[in-house]
Design a protein around this ligand. Structure first.
Ligand code: HEM
Length: 487
């Protein structure tokens, strides 16, 4: 039997191969003034591991904080979803959550103006499902292929100067006017949440929930904070960037340490395939919200975070979330941004952590049996012993029915086409309503102030295009922006 891996609790200091070291501060040298000797295995072992301490940071969402918790089903949703972990009032499922900003590097400030990631990994009896949410109900792009361009312009640095570039940032948004809905959210005070505890989460995309009869609904998930929404002003967020760049991670950790466990109430919006046909916008358009009056929120669960990680690198840095990880009863929709995501996460995680990243404890399903995936670097799960490495006599498993209703709606028959989903007038209708809503809460002033602050250093032609961009929502925004810039 292998010795326990809990060697860290033994108060004896050893090299990584377990050899006791009497003085970790000493080196083996040719006399007091001579050179070091390569036979000093402790020195070589220590330095070689140190040299490899960093793993690649996430290409997006590099700065983050995590916590463990659970989901508890509070209402019966068996009529719309067959997923085991959502069936049975009172059923609890362990989970791990990672909050993040999108654009900043690993050491960047938590208070940056940016959407926040709110990724959740559920350890269900039917495997792992990840809900890789953000705190905004809409996203900047709706052509999945554009994500690298979005990240290059919003996060990456100029190829020559290595400086962030406000011109590139706004150039991209203006070239893709369907982004204006999310831009208006991120440049309101909602773009700088007071903490991770005080913001909502959204699936943002449409998914499909399939019930036990095989009927599906399109759904969107809302996680509404029980702590109440609280945001920072631009000035407060700027001050925190230098005073306490880790403020949101600190707030989360300290709240959990003092037993003030943050929680969210979960709701689902549902749409039948027939309603989707009638809706004035595409159900696959991630730049649109579903009006609550037509598609009311239906409560179904409570999410609680009640345990801090023991070790940041092991549990938070090495955690992976992938929208392709799902369980029977929950399926992706044809949203083209979601479809692109289904490839990207597993791919980057194989690069970031190596082929066997699902063997890392935080990523491990409660049970898994996939002996046809074996070997590879750092394989530590026993590698399925002598179990056959190809399928020979497995019975096909009809686990649960697949979606069957309204096949016409999701029956694809077409030739391959090159398609870019361009902007139309429809894209400015919801932002126009949002502008009116902002009028009731002083967020019109916040939006104007925050955008003006951001573009004041941009080139005049970019400033002009930003005015045009917002004037498609209403000329009132560009007029007020123009005034604010002249002050
Ligand atoms: C085509 C569009 C997108 C692509 C290609 C993409 C790709 C990625 C990649 C490569 C990562 C890093 C993953 C890792 O290293 O483990 C990431 C992180 C993340 N993405 Fe996306 N993304 C897209 C859109 C979105 C959207 C629309 C949302 C939310 C609705 C989202 C939410 C997140 C979150 C929350 C994380 C951080 C996960 C964590 O905490 O580890 N992404 N994304």
């Amino acid at each position: 039997m292998a010795p326990s891996d809990k060697t860290y609790s033994v108060p004896l200091y050893t090299t990584s191969n377990g050899c006791p070291v009497s003085n970790p501060n000493a080196m083996i040298k040719m006399g007091k003034v001579g050179p070091a000797l390569i036979q000093d295995h402790h020195l070589i072992d220590l330095l070689a591991h140190f040299d490899r301490e960093r793993i690649p940071e996430r290409v997006a969402h590099a700065k983050g904080s995590g916590a463990h918790g659970y989901l508890e089903v509070t209402e019966d949703v068996s009529d719309i979803v067959s997923a085991d972990f959502l069936n049975g009032i009172g059923k609890k499922t362990a989970l791990f959550t990672r909050f993040s900003t999108i654009g900043g590097e690993k050491g960047s400030a938590d208070s940056a103006r940016d959407p926040r990631g709110f990724a959740i990994k559920f350890y269900t009896q039917e495997g792992i499902i990840d809900w890789v949410n953000i705190n905004s109900p809409v996203f900047f792009i709706r052509n999945g292929v554009q994500f690298p361009f979005l990240v290059h312009t919003q996060k990456a640095r100029d190829p020559q100067t290595n400086l962030k570039d406000v011109n590139m940032y706004w150039d991209f948004l203006c070239n893709n006017p369907e982004s204006v809905h999310n831009t208006m959210i991120i440049f309101s005070d909602r773009g700088t949440p007071f903490s991770y505890r005080h913001m909502h989460g959204f699936s943002t995309h449409t998914f499909k929930w399939v019930n036990k009869e095989g009927q599906f609904h399109y759904v969107q998930i809302h996680l509404l904070t029980d702590q109440g929404i609280k945001n920072l002003t631009n000035a407060e967020a700027h001050a925190l960037q230098s005073d306490d760049p880790d403020h949101a991670g600190r707030d989360l950790h300290e709240a959990i340490e003092r037993g003030d466990f943050p929680s969210w109430t979960l709701y689902v919006q549902t749409m039948t395939p027939e309603q989707a046909e009638e809706a004035p916008f595409s159900v696959f358009d991630v730049t649109k919200t579903w009006p609550h009056k037509d598609f009311p929120l239906r409560k179904f669960a409570k999410l609680v975070l009640d345990r801090n990680p023991e070790n940041y690198h092991a549990e938070v840095e090495q955690s992976v979330f992938n929208p392709a990880n799902t369980v029977p009863g929950i399926e992706p929709s044809a949203d083209p941004v979601l479809q692109a995501r289904l490839f990207s996460y597993g791919d980057t995680q194989r690069y970031r952590l190596g082929t066997n990243f699902t063997q890392i404890p935080v990523n491990r399903p409660l049970q898994a049996h996939c002996p046809f995936q074996r070997d590879g670097a750092v394989c530590v799960n026993g590698n399925y012993g002598s179990v056959s490495n190809y399928p020979s006599s497995f019975e096909p498993l009809k686990y649960r029915v697949d979606a069957t209703n309204n096949e016409a709606h999701e029956k694809w028959a077409s030739e391959a086409i090159s398609f870019q989903w361009g902007a139309t007038d429809l894209d400015f209708e919801q932002p126009r309503v949002l502008w009116e809503v902002y009028g009731k809460t002083r967020q019109q002033e916040a939006l104007i102030h925050n955008v003006a602050q951001d573009i004041q250093g941009a080139k005049p032609e970019i400033q002009k295009r930003v005015m045009e961009y917002f004037s498609k929502v209403t000329p009132e925004i560009s007029d007020r922006l123009s005034e604010a810039l002249q002050k």
